[in-house]
Design a protein around this ligand. Structure first.
Ligand SMILES: [Zn+2]
Length: 74
């Protein structure tokens, strides 16, 4: 079961993404709330119009290492 903080962060970010966020699919960019279920189905299967920066990749690697240290702590 995920930690309480991680679950709360998810609940906090969901409305921002689902109601006010813009679609990241290549060539879309509409508000997420304006997607019909079928449009969402298509966009979820379209490559993203964004890419990970080297800073983001480094941050992700640091998070993975931190999580591994938590998981395997003696
Ligand atoms: Zn879209």
């Amino acid at each position: 079961m995920p930690k309480l903080r991680a679950r709360l962060v998810g609940i906090w970010h969901w409305p921002g993404y689902r109601l006010f966020g813009r679609c990241w699919a290549e060539g879309c960019g509409r508000l997420m709330i304006l997607h019909s279920p079928w449009a969402l189905y298509i966009c979820e299967r379209t490559p993203l119009g964004i890419s990970v920066t080297p800073e983001g990749e480094a941050r992700y690697q640091a998070m993975v290492i931190e999580q591994a240290e938590d998981d395997f702590a003696a």
